[in-house]
Design a protein around this ligand. Structure first.
Ligand code: DAK
Length: 258
């Protein structure tokens, strides 16, 4: 008997779409689901026909976090040695832009997964939170770090220490999501955004992502120096000559991706 895949992969033009597919457990991020997700992302990252990736759940739920049943009996050593967090880290290695399309709950590890993506498109019914405090623990996959860098210390404290949850509108106000759209349109909007980026110069997109991410890791002067080196590097690409020639000759560029 073949088992139902925990993620489903589709291609829409130059966009890879990965759907979390464990609705009975509210898309709880079991190690098996995360491993399938990361394998799918790695395959799409390596696929030359794909320029951007969207991760989504269903219209009712993005993901309710780690699988509490599986975690409830774990020891510290089980958690340390499980490789669970290494699975999360594989998302950071993806070079193509990754957009989270979030409807319904994004809680705990589900919210951390969305925050580890490059952009977030939220449905009006999206809700975000770090409820780990209710389980006697704290976020363990970036929740205290990425959240604080985005919303600042005071709101992050309230979310992590007292399970304050955010509506989609609040998340937009605090800079956590790119846009909020009617729930029935959230996936189309995320795909449209991904398709637009997938039409752009691939090497510049890749290095632009790298440079923006570097801003979160470095001082301003180190970040500016890093940006400059990537900027110079792009002048070695065919796409730079093509882009500037196309502009000057009032025509559409034809990107080579090199
Ligand atoms: N795990 C397992 N099952 C879950 C689940 C979860 N996270 N969330 C929901 N479910 C299951 C429920 O048990 C229920 O199952 P049945 O009773 O039907 O068998 C079903 O999904 C529906 O849930 P509810 O009956 O509660 O439905 P409601 O609509 O009333 O509420 C809800 C939906 C999503 C608001 C609620 O279920 C909820 O609050 N769920 C728990 C959310 C939560 O606490 N998430 C944080 C989990 S902790 C690590 C790094 C990171 C992490 C771990 C390790 N390392 C560094 C190693 C991450 C940790 C977490 O995410």
């Amino acid at each position: 008997m073949t088992e139902t895949p925990l993620v489903l992969v589709e291609k829409h033009d130059r966009v890879g779409l990965v759907r979390l597919n464990n609705p009975k457990a509210y898309n709880a991020l079991s190690p098996e689901l995360l491993a399938q997700l990361m394998d799918a992302l790695a395959a799409l990252d390596a696929d030359p026909e794909v320029g951007a990736i969207v991760i989504t759940g269903s219209e009712k739920i993005f993901a309710a976090g780690a699988d509490i049943k599986a975690m409830s009996q774990a020891s510290a050593m089980d958690m340390l040695l499980s490789g669970y967090v290494d699975l999360f880290d594989r998302l950071q290695a993806v070079r193509k832009p990754v957009i989270a399309a979030v409807a319904g709950w994004a809680l705990g590890g589900g919210f951390e997964l969305a925050m580890a993506c490059d952009m977030i498109v939220a449905a009006e019914n999206a809700r975000f939170g770090q409820p780990e405090i209710n389980l006697g623990v704290i976020p363990g996959a970036g929740g205290t770090q990425r959240l604080t860098r985005t919303v600042g210390k005071y709101l992050a404290m309230e979310m992590v220490l007292n399970d304050r949850r955010l509506t989609a509108e609040e998340a937009a106000r605090f800079g956590l999501v790119n846009r909020v759209v009617p729930t029935e349109q959230y996936l189309d909007e995320a795909l449209k955004l991904a398709q637009a980026i997938a039409q752009r110069a691939p090497v510049a997109v890749r290095l632009g992502k790298e440079a923006v991410n570097y801003a979160l890791e470095s001082t301003l002067s180190a970040g500016l120096a890093y940006e400059r080196r990537l900027f110079y590097l792009l002048f070695a690409s065919e796409d730079q000559s093509e882009g500037m020639d196309a502009f000057l000759n009032k025509r559409q560029p034809r990107w080579q991706g090199r």
